[in-house]
Design a protein around this ligand. Structure first.
Ligand code: ADP
Ligand code: MG
Length: 456
């Protein structure tokens, strides 16, 4: 390997394994391997502060990783570089936050991509029989926005990749036209925003946010069901505004429109008026391919045998499979074990009795909140509220940490779940817990372990 870019990616991969993605996002974003000579490596950074932190905290780790790759001793130095323009900013899988100081969006067409998870792309979406049609339709909407299928309505069970596809569409839209206005939102956000808009008399802003888009990606639409006729009506208008302009609408749901409780007929008709596709549970081969893709994304070296074993023994939710891979990664790292069949069997059998257990404790944010609250005697209001007392702050940060680490949610999303907090708050919170857990005598470590035992 002698391509500096490739070498640097590999170093980042190793640093991420040792610390966390948030470390990478905070300190390593916009860094690169500037020069590599026989005896020296120069790392380019974009701010004096980053340079100082990298030098103080990570120089040794960087040197160790580099030496392992190039197989010779190196001194590592840091140099300050001019800020590049934002188009060269890294947005690979290691970076799931918008970098700081990003160049301003074009003034005429502000981009609203804040909620789009950049890690979910078409490139890392594995196609199999279970999702072939959905994938093709999703791709078609980016090739012929507003014309191929409008709306595209994708439904299927939890953990089947609906949100992944939805974000992939958004990311592809932006890749093709960086100025396009794409808005991804879980329908609950729409509901909350609507309620707030009425309350604070900001309906114009609300309309602007939802109606002025080239593409809207609506997730978990099933939550609009039930006794919510005003909200359904508002959504109907939003839908029509966008549709009439010929802009794209993609909707995801855990069930077909006709099965959404108390959904008005006109919405059922609208939703079914384009193309409706189902994603079904993945068959063995697809599961296997996904396990391989995900483990290499996680830097987990699974043998073929081990991957097959997981594909056979795991259920069909890919979210749960991912949870299992994260767990394997952390257990093998912590206990310094190889990710071989024996280790896996012990971890998976530990999981077993599984079906019943998984159904009781599905790996969802709700379960994490419930377990954290049970363990610490807190409530949802505590977790989402502003109380700064230690008894509340610690559980809140533990929830952030688990949502990030075990569920793999992005900071933005976690912020939304926890009462609309800023993503940097989540990043710091999760990182704080992660650091403390690395120390032996952290008082809450047993609690976290216990929560994890219940989860898996
Ligand atoms: P859903 O929204 O249907 O509940 P998600 O899109 O959140 O499911 O998927 C759960 C996890 O599984 C995500 O991390 C996603 O990347 C992954 N996943 C699901 N399907 C695929 C696939 N076909 N290829 C790669 N990853 C997938
Ligand atoms: Mg989803």
């Amino acid at each position: 390997m002698d391509d500096p870019e490739q070498i640097w990616q590999s170093v980042l991969g190793q640093i991420e394994l040792k610390y966390s993605t948030s470390i990478i996002n905070t300190w390593f974003n916009n860094t690169s391997l500037g020069r590599l000579t026989e005896s020296q490596a120069v790392i380019n950074c974009q701010s004096p502060y980053t340079k100082e932190i990298l030098y103080k905290r990570y120089q040794k780790d960087i040197a160790a990783c580099l030496e392992k790759i190039v197989q010779r001793p190196l001194s590592v130095d840091f140099e300050l570089m001019e800020k590049k323009d934002s188009s060269t900013t890294r947005t690979g899988p290691l970076f799931d936050q918008a970098p700081e100081g990003k160049a301003a969006a074009p003034p005429t067409k502000p981009r609203s991509t804040r909620n789009l998870n950049p890690r979910y792309t078409f490139d890392n979406f594995v196609v199999g029989n279970c999702n072939r049609v959905a994938h093709a339709a999703a791709l078609a909407t980016t090739e012929q926005p507003g014309r191929a299928y409008n709306p595209l309505f994708i439904y299927g069970g939890s953990g089947m990749g609906k949100t992944h596809l939805l974000c992939a569409i958004g990311n592809e839209f932006i890749k093709r036209d960086p100025t396009s206005r794409v808005l991804y939102f879980p329908v609950e956000t729409f509901i909350n925003d609507f309620v707030q808009a009425i309350r604070f008399k900001k309906t114009n802003q609300f309309k602007e946010k939802y109606r002025q888009n080239d593409c809207i990606l609506v997730d978990d639409i099933q939550f609009i069901g039930g006794d919510k006729s005003t909200i359904q009506e508002e959504f109907f208008h939003t839908f029509n505004k966008i549709h009439n302009r010929g802009n794209q609408i993609v909707i995801c749901s855990d069930r077909p429109p006709a099965e959404i409780e108390q959904l008005t007929n006109r919405l059922v008709t609208r939703f079914a008026g384009g193309l409706m596709v189902e994603i079904s549970p993945p068959e063995y081969e697809t599961k296997l391919a996904i396990i391989q893709t995900k483990s290499s994304e996680l830097g987990l070296e699974l043998s073929g045998e081990a991957a097959e074993f997981i594909a056979q023994s795991a259920g069909s939710s890919i979210r749960e499979i991912e949870g299992l891979l994260l767990r394997i990664r952390s257990e093998t790292l912590v206990q310094n074990l190889p990710a071989d069949l024996n280790t896996l069997k012990s971890i998976v059998s530990h999981n077993n009795g599984t079906k019943e257990k998984t159904e009781k404790h599905p790996l969802t944010p709700e379960t994490i909140f419930k377990l954290v609250n049970e363990r610490f005697g807190t409530s949802m209001a505590d977790l989402c509220g502003k109380n700064r007392k230690r008894e509340v702050v610690v559980p809140r940060q533990i929830a952030m940490y688990l949502l990030r680490n075990d569920l793999g949610l992005n900071f933005e999303h976690i912020g939304q779940l926890l009462g609309g907090r800023d993503h940097t708050t989540i990043m710091h919170g999760a990182e704080k817990i992660s650091k403390k857990l690395q120390k032996k005598e952290t008082p809450f470590a047993p609690a976290v372990r216990q929560i994890r035992q219940t989860l898996y």
